[in-house]
Design a protein around this ligand. Structure first.
Ligand code: PLP
Length: 374
């Protein structure tokens, strides 16, 4: 049996006609950059994310970058981010010339540990970037409390968590900004690169729109050095269509996660295999990833065994960011963030995409069982 980690082709077939009709109409109009399709998507995204404003951008990485640029964060400033996340979270901080201060994570949710954040605030700290990793929100009340006490900007990295909730509040609506990615493998993906930034404050909204288009406040008058961070009409139109299906896909991912739990329990594997846990606070977990853990240095062998048997799986993330070669200058060393360092050696993502089938999950769990009995 072949079980891909992700396969978007089935999902595309269900909306192919709608999407091709939109693409056709946009090609006829020859209006490709920003314009009414992007504005329509921005309104829909703001509504979906329970925020007053959203701005369509070129990628999730650029969304993080633009938020930092719009806040004039740069050399001499410090920004706190988790060490266990996709590279882009920290990359954005380095790109504006600020110092990345890496915080360790909570072992249950894999999200930034608010107590470690509080310990790492200095007079130079300007912002915190909590990441809602794998589809589950970070402990935003605790993070906002630290931010409030020190007047720090909070940029939620919601690139894996569109529609996720924390105590009933949506990802991207709890900080000053929320960054979203529409990379094809995200829960809401477009047909290329795309992203967005949400915000609650009107002045920040206006500033982000200026930065999106080369810092241009009036035609050919540039008050700031921004960049080309624009979303295009084709991607926006595709996203508007796909957004209508998102809650259905989320429900399917949640069902798939529940089914995995039953299967692992049924096989009696929950001692050796640690299943992803939901936080102690109320969440809507949207399962961008379903990551199990296996201790005792057996993760890479399990991964190889599953791949040999046709099961797609992947390691997010094998090396904590404070140990990345390009961030050497920030002084990170082994032992600085012990929880992240341990988990990065144990974690393994299994297929969870909405269209994956029960028999795929049965096969996957059976193969994990066979590996453990070897
Ligand atoms: C995907 C992702 C990004 C970057 O998004 P792109 O659209 O690929 O630039 C940033 N942060 C996290 C946590 C992500 O998963």
């Amino acid at each position: 049996m072949n079980v891909p980690l992700l396969d978007l082709s089935g999902q595309y077939q269900t909306m192919k006609k709608e999407i091709l009709a939109e693409i056709d109409a946009i090609c006829d109009s020859q209006r490709f950059i920003l314009g009414p399709k992007v504005e329509k998507l921005e309104t829909e995204l703001a509504e979906y994310c329970h925020t007053p404003y959203a701005v369509g951008l070129s990628s999730g990485s650029d969304a993080l970058l633009v938020a930092l640029m719009a806040e004039q964060i740069g050399p001499g400033d410090e920004v706190i981010a988790p060490t266990f996340t996709f590279f882009a979270t920290a990359g954005a901080i380095a790109r504006v010339g600020a110092k990345i201060v890496f915080a360790d994570i909570d072992p249950v949710t894999f999200n930034i540990d608010p107590e470690d954040v509080a310990r790492k605030v200095t007079p130079k700290t300007k912002a915190i970037i909590p990441v809602h990793l794998f589809g589950q929100c970070a402990d935003m009340d605790a993070i906002n409390e630290v931010a409030g006490a020190h007047k720090l900007i909070v940029i939620e990295d919601a690139c894996q968590s569109i529609g996720a909730e924390y105590k009933g509040r949506r990802a991207g609506s709890m900080g000053d900004y929320g960054a979203f990615s529409f990379f094809p493998s995200k829960n809401l993906g477009c047909f290329g690169d795309g992203g967005a930034l949400s915000m609650t404050d009107e002045a920040k909204y206006k500033m982000v729109k200026i930065y999106r288009n080369h810092g241009q406040s009036n035609t050919y008058i540039h008050d700031y050095v921004g960049g080309n961070f624009r979303l295009d009409a084709l991607q926006a139109a595709i996203l508007s269509i796909k957004l209508r299906y998102l809650d259905g896909w989320t429900a399917a991912r949640q069902r798939n996660a529940m089914e995995y739990r039953e299967l692992f329990r049924g096989e009696g594997l929950t001692g050796e295999i640690k299943l992803p846990e939901e936080a102690s606070y109320p969440v809507r977990h949207i399962y961008n990833q379903f990551c199990i853990r296996i201790e005792g240095g057996r993760r890479d062998a399990l991964k190889a065994y599953l791949q040999e048997n046709g099961v797609g799986c992947a390691v997010y993330y094998p090396l904590s960011l404070h140990l990345q070669p390009c961030f050497k200058a920030f002084g990170g060393k082994p032992g600085d963030c012990p929880v992240s360092e341990k988990i990065s050696g144990e974690i393994l993502a299994l297929p969870i995409y909405p269209e994956s089938t029960s028999s795929m999950r049965e096969y996957t769990v059976a193969k994990i069982s066979a590996f453990l009995k070897k």
